[in-house]
Each structure stands twice: as C-alpha cells, then as structure tokens.
Design a protein around this ligand. Structure first.
Ligand SMILES: *[C@@H]1O[C@H](CO)[C@@H](O)[C@H](O)[C@H]1NC(C)=O
Ligand SMILES: *[C@@H]1O[C@H](CO)[C@@H](O)[C@H](O)[C@H]1NC(C)=O
Length: 548
C-alpha cells in the first residue's frame, strides 16, 4: 500500500514536473539547461571541437555580468578527472572561491568526457523558481593544469551571454543565440589554434626582435672595424629606421586587434619596445643631423671624433631596445603563448631563442674585443690626415701671401703655379749672371709680393725662367741683390705635419738660386684672397658626421 502510494506520488510529481529547459548555443559554447524533478542539469560543451591538448576551462554564471554573478567553473584534468569550482567575482579579476554558494553544484563525472575530439562537462544543482535566465559564459584554451578547485585561472579566451528558459517545454532543438554579446580573441581560432593574425604578429615580432634589431647593431659593429667605407651607416639607417620600425609597428598594430588589457609581461614589454623604438629613431636623427653650436658645446662633452652625448645615449638606448625586444620575444613564446590559450609552448622555441641570442651576443662582443680597437686606430689615422690637410691649407694660404702670384697645389703637390697676372707683367731682365744654361727664348719676370704681415716690408722676388709660355718652365729664383727677400713670419698652421720639412720660405731664394726646379704654370687662374682659417673643431664636426 505504502509502496503504491509512493509510486503514485512519483507519477504525480513526474507529470507535474515534466522535463523542461533549452539547448542554447553562443558562437563558441553550448549550454544545455534542463529542469526535472527539482534538479537542474547543466551541460557545457564548446561548439567547435577543441582537442584535450588545447582545452582550458569552461564557466557559466547566473546573471548578465561577471561581477556579482555566482559561477560554476569546470575543467578536465590530465588524469581523466574533472574539477568543479564555484566562484563569484568581486572585481574584474580572477573570481575567488565561494565557501557556501546559494546552490551547491555537483559534478556528474559519468556524463562528462574529454578526449582528442572535444570536451563536455555536466553538473547538477537544486532548482530554484527562475524561468528565463540570462547566463554569462566563458571559455578558455589554457588549462589550469591543477585539479584543485582554487587553482589559478588564466583569463578566458572567449566570453558572452546566453539566454535559456528553464521552464520551457524541452524540445531537444538547438537554439542559436545572437553573438552580439560575445567577445573573442582574434588571436585564436575556434578550436584554440593560432589564427592568421597571430601568425602574422609572431612573424613580424620574431623578425624584428631576433633578426633586424640585433643585426642593425652587430653588423655595423663588425664592418666598421673592417672597412672605412660608410656602407655600415646606410645599412643601419635602412635596417633600423625602416625595416625594424615597420615590423614593430605592424606587430604592434596586429596585437591591438587582439583586445584585452595590458595584463602580461609580454604586452608591457611590447608597448615599451614600440615606444622606445620611436624615441630611438628620433634620437638617431637628432644625433646625426643636429650639430650643436658653440653655446651648447661649452656645456657638453665631445670626443675627438665629434661624438656628443646624444651619440652615446643612442648607443645605450639601442642596447636596451635589443634587450627589451628579446624579452618581448621570450615572453611571447613562453608565458603569453600559454596565457592566451595556445597550449604549452614547445621546448624548441626556447632553444631556438637561446641559440639566436647567443650568436648575436658572441658576434657583438667579438666585434668589441677585436674590431673596435682597429676602428679607433683607423679613425685616429683619419684624424691625422685631416690635420695634415688643414695644415697644408694654411701653408698654401701663407704661400699665396708670400709670393702673391703663386699658390701651392692642394694635397702636397709642392709646385708653384703662376697665375694669369704673371703673363701681364712686363718681362724685365734681371739676370744676375748665374751659371745656369739659358735657352734663347728665356725671359725673366719680376714679381712684387705683398706683405703677409704689416711688419714685413714689400720686396721683390725675381724669377728667371725659360721655355714655352704654355706648359712647363724650368726656372730658378734669384735674389735680386739689394732688397733682401721677405722674411715672413712663421704661419701658425705649420706646427707638425709633413709640410714642415719643406725648406722654410726664408731661405727659399738663397737655396734655390743654384738649383733648377720644375715649375708648372697652371692655365690662368685668378688669385682668390686667402679664406679665413676655420677652427679645427668645427672641421671635425663636419667631417665626422657618421659618428657611431
Ligand atoms: C570522445 O568521446 C565522445 C563521447 O564519448 C565520443 O563520441 C568520441 O568519439 C570520442 N572521441 C575519441 C577520439 O575518442
Ligand atoms: C518560461 O519562459 C518561456 C519562454 O520565455 C515561456 O514559454 C514559458 O511559458 C515560461 N514558463 C513559465 C512557467 O513561466
């Protein structure tokens, strides 16, 4: 009798509480929510098949937003078990465990599965009186790798809102929700693999940080010790100023599309890399094109080569940027890869990263140890040549002042070249009966020299020459007798350098009176007044444009 009553009651209850509920799907997750006999049963399963290796966790919450909604989070473990964790978010952060939830959920291990095809997890909880409920849901590709319900969770890859009516008659039909409440990461495909955008981001990032940035530093470091050509500077400009910034900007732009917050080391170092690279390019342009005036240079240091503080800052920043780039690459391949749900990164990534940076570091330090001294030697030799050249210039100017019509050819071609004025002068014989053979066509010119400095009196310098009026003359200087040749003051620029070994101008006439020297007459050229001597420091700045 009692048993019959119980059976009746059971039939009665089952007729009153027929199976109700809905099967609702968002873009990435389906929720099957049924109510039967005071028990609500929920099944969570991703829409696209996600193999166990890429499966993270799934969550459903009662409410329309994350904060304040009770949640059930489930995930499969390596050992084939499942973990159920009831949590509630206080902030937009990882929700903490709730000790005594309003309704306690029970995992249905027999109905749950996870294998190479996909994962489906079912749990039950006591019914409440709600009919139509909005559910928040989330899905992550990163497994907590821990069966403890309080395990640390890495942020969801997708999330959204689903509506399901617990009291609607169960039809078994799938209801597709509008995806307007869903957000997802463009870095992941639905099955958790790397999207095309992510592959492009990785390609740009790896090329920029592992190849172009260190290459633009190391290759010039080596070539500058091997050759004096400016080839390295063009290379540096193109590699860093065009290729590196283009790749970094492209990688950064793609990363912005991935959305989310600045919540990982990779994202922070990536932003730093982008900002530092832009600052560095501006600094490089500044160091190269801006020549500080004397007002500024009084207050800053400057090397012999004309390198100022901006050059050294540029080098230090460059080394920092390369390091930030390597760290961005490392965190992207390790932490970020896992964090955004692409599974456990393969060891090959780490090994490849380590090998590449070891090669760059070795090349750079070998360059510093063996080639930097050589480069400095080459530069110092160049400075010496520069100084000689400048001295030559001063000497030439003095010579012009000394002999008016004569000037020295540049770069140590030590011949006197008469100018056009010479031919206008009347030939006036001043032969002093020296023993040189004379050609019948010989002629003598007298030149008036103007004083180089006020204390030198005007005097006369005679030259006897013969030959054709066009090309090469053989002639000699002769002291005219009464008025002594000028005794010019020593030019300032004559200290040091090879030109000093030439016979000083004072003894010119005396020594040369007996010697025949070849004189090349240059085609008519007007004597230009000697340019004012430039300060050597300035010259260094102009010469040494490509400094670092
Ligand atoms: C995974 O389990 C589901 C449900 O039991 C099954 O339908 C599917 O064939 C399984 N896949 C594999 C690869 O075992
Ligand atoms: C629950 O909601 C569904 C759809 O909104 C509706 O069809 C059904 O009648 C409701 N049931 C109850 C008991 O209110």
């Amino acid at each position: 009798m009692r048993r019959a009553l119980l059976a009746l009651a059971a039939i009665g209850i089952s007729t009153v509480h027929a199976l109700t509920g809905q099967w609702a799907c968002a873009d990435e997750l389906c929720l099957t929510a049924t109510r039967d006999n005071g028990i609500d049963t929920y099944t969570l399963q991703p829409v696209a098949d996600i193999p166990h290796s890429h499966f993270g966790w799934m969550a459903v919450g009662w409410g329309a937003q994350m904060i304040g909604s009770p949640m059930v989070i489930v995930w499969p473990n390596e050992d084939g078990t499942f973990t159920l964790s009831q949590r509630q978010a206080i902030h937009h952060q990882e929700p903490p465990l709730v000790a005594s939830p309003p309704r306690t959920a029970t995992l249905e291990s027999d109905l749950s599965w996870s294998n190479d095809t996909s994962t489906s997890i079912t749990f039950t909880m006591p019914s409440n009186s709600d009919n139509t409920t909005s559910f928040i849901w989330a899905l992550s590709n990163t497994n907590p790798a821990n069966s403890d319900p309080g395990a640390n969770l890495i942020e969801h890859t997708w999330r959204g809102v689903i509506f399901a009516s617990m009291e609607a008659d169960w039809t078994g039909n799938r209801i597709q929700m509008s995806s307007k409440f869903d957000t997802h990461s463009p870095a992941n495909t639905k099955s958790g693999k790397a999207s095309f955008a992510l592959i492009a981001h990785i390609t740009c990032g790896v090329l920029a940080t592992m190849m172009v940035l260190p290459g633009g530093v190391v290759v010039p470091r080596i070539t500058r010790g091997l050759t004096t050509s400016n080839w390295w500077f063009r290379f540096h400009q193109i590699s860093q100023g065009i290729c590196a910034i283009a790749l970094i900007a492209a990688g950064f732009g793609i990363a912005l599309r991935f959305g989310g917050e600045l919540d990982s080391t990779h994202r922070k170092t990536g932003v730093a890399l982008f900002a530092l690279t832009i600052v560095q390019i501006l600094l490089g342009l500044f160091a190269h094109y801006y020549t500080p005036g004397w007002r500024v240079r009084r207050f800053v240091f400057e090397t012999k080569r004309g390198r100022g503080p901006s050059n050294f800052l540029h080098v230090i920043m460059g080394v920092i940027i390369v390091a930030v780039g390597w760290s961005t690459c490392w965190t992207g391949l390790t932490d970020e890869w896992h964090r955004r749900g692409h599974g456990i990164p393969k060891n090959g990534f780490r090994i490849g990263w380590g090998m590449i940076i070891m090669l760059w570091i070795a090349a750079y330090f070998l360059g510093i140890i063996f080639l930097l001294p050589r480069q400095l030697r080459i530069e110092s030799k160049q400075r010496d040549e520069m100084r000689k050249y400048e001295n030559n210039e001063v000497y030439r100017n003095s010579a012009v002042a000394l002999a008016n019509e004569y000037y020295m050819e540049e770069r140590g071609v030590k011949v006197f070249s008469p100018t056009s004025d010479m031919h206008q002068l009347s030939p006036e014989v001043h032969g002093n009966g020296n023993d040189l053979p004379r050609s019948p066509t010989h002629s003598q010119y007298t030149f008036q020299s103007y004083p180089r400095s006020p204390e030198t009196s005007p005097s006369q310098l005679n030259i006897s020459s013969f030959g054709n009026s066009s090309s090469t003359y053989f002639g000699h200087f002769a002291a005219p007798g009464a008025p002594a040749p000028p005794n010019p003051s020593r030019p300032e620029g004559l200290d040091g350098g090879s030109v000093e070994h030439d016979p000083p101008a004072t003894n010119l006439s005396a020594n040369l009176s007996a010697v025949t020297i070849p004189i090349t007459l240059a085609p008519s050229k007007a004597v230009s007044p000697p340019p004012p001597p430039r300060p050597p420091r300035q010259h260094n700045w102009n010469l040494m444009k490509n400094k670092i």
